[in-house]
Design a protein around this ligand. Structure first.
Ligand SMILES: Nc1nc2c(c(=O)[nH]1)N[C@H]1C(S)=C(S)[C@@H](COP(=O)(O)O)O[C@H]1N2
Ligand SMILES: [Mo]
Length: 378
């Protein structure tokens, strides 16, 4: 019995598999990947700030913007990656007479494509707060990002001659001069379809940080204005094992002096107002009005300079979010509060009652809830 012959690259005659198409789609995908990488790097350094790095606390909504862009560019990259892979997949059948160099090149593309697919997949599942794998999300997501950027640079270097040749639309690749298409879709039609799919995906995801798009945000796991006091809750007090406060609850700050306040005493200190967003690493964000005591005022009361590094301790026991650190720039910022009130009412227990941190230009994970202690570190 004779087996049917495998197709070869030449069997795919559609002009949509042309290097010009791969170049155009590759350009779009590269823009999305680079935006996603840089905004991801910013988020990483926000959460793991080396001592030599000083991230400014302004603009106040910078992180809201960069992290919204991170999740948006990652989401939009999914249809772009699928289209790009479809355009070049006939090359998989181009296996005859491969030299070592070709095999190495194909292997590097395999690494790039699979790392990127995995990265986008686990990133999206993270926005759903779903972790169906045994490895730690954050570390894996970060390591894959570097693998992708490394493999992308190799890929661009190897393909540079092809990219150069097809960067501009030349006469030679105009549709009219190509062999007749085997599909009805023209190249321009494909570009429109892919751009349309990417826009549709983007519009249905962006509503998690831009409330105007909320009604069509079918891909957004969170609607920014749904939750107690008009703000989503990522982790409830119940999930964090916090059940409110006892009558003898006290807040302490330890610096040059050690001070302690009851909730009523905190309320009696000068109160300030900050309009600041919660911007979750998972992409949703929402602005809110916070009222409470400035951290710099508390520092002054205990005799510490306004530019001190401050450790924030929650009543939550254990867990990644039970403590956080305010770098000096953030502690000194007049917008940074030990917040007691939210959107005109007392903090809901799920939003961190009786007291929480709210600071400008910070990931939500660092806006520690249920705070009962501040420690001046320097
Ligand atoms: N103690 C503590 N603080 C916390 C968390 C937590 O789990 N425990 N979650 C953080 C995360 S991930 C976010 S996005 C914000 C959300 O604040 P909200 O629930 O008031 O909207 O709180 C942050 N503060
Ligand atoms: Mo978050």
């Amino acid at each position: 019995m004779k087996l049917p012959a495998l197709p070869t690259e030449k069997s795919f005659r559609s002009p949509l598999h042309h290097p010009r198409v791969a170049t155009v789609l590759g350009r779009w995908l590269a823009v999305a990947v680079v935006i996603c990488f840089l905004t991801g790097l910013f988020s990483h350094f926000q959460q793991h700030t080396p001592l030599w790095l000083h991230i400014p606390s302004r603009p106040a909504s910078l992180y809201r913007f960069t992290q919204g862009l991170h999740v948006l560019s990652g989401t939009v990259a999914v249809p772009l990656l699928l289209a790009k892979l479809w355009t070049v997949y006939p090359k998989l059948f181009n296996l005859k007479g491969l030299g070592l160099k070709d095999i190495a090149e194909k292997a590097s593309i395999l690494v790039l494509a699979s790392a990127l697919a995995l990265e986008l997949f686990i990133g999206y599942l993270n926005t759903l707060q779903w972790y169906p794998w045994p490895f730690p999300f954050k570390e894996t997501h970060y390591a894959l990002a570097w693998i992708i950027i490394g493999a992308l640079l190799v890929h661009l270097a190897v393909k540079l001659p092809l990219i150069r040749a097809h960067w501009r639309r030349t006469a030679e690749v105009r549709p009219t001069s190509l062999p007749s298409a085997t599909t009805g879709l023209t190249r321009r039609g494909l570009f429109r379809t892919v751009a349309g799919a990417a826009s549709l995906v983007g519009i249905s995801a962006i509503g998690q940080s831009v409330p105007a798009f909320g009604p069509v945000a079918v891909l957004a796991p969170r609607k920014p204005n749904v939750g107690p006091q008009g703000l989503p809750v990522n982790r409830t007090a119940h999930d964090a094992g916090v059940s409110g406060v006892a009558a003898d609850w006290r807040f302490t700050i330890s610096g040059p002096q050690k001070l302690s306040y009851s909730l009523d005493e905190l309320r009696a200190l000068p109160q300030s107002r900050s309009d600041l967003p919660i911007a979750c690493v998972e992409g949703w964000s929402q602005g809110a009005r916070w009222e409470g005591v400035r951290i710099r005022d508390l520092l002054q009361l205990c005799g510490a300079p306004a530019s001190s590094r401050v450790r924030v301790v929650s009543m939550e026991k254990g867990g990644f979010y039970a403590t956080s650190e305010l770098p000096p720039e953030y502690a000194a910022d007049p917008l940074t509060l030990l917040a007691l009130r939210l959107n005109g009412g007392e903090l809901a227990l799920d939003h961190g009652f009786p007291a929480r941190i709210i600071a400008p230009n910070r990931p939500g994970v660092l806006q520690t809830k249920w705070v009962h202690r501040l420690e001046v570190l320097s």
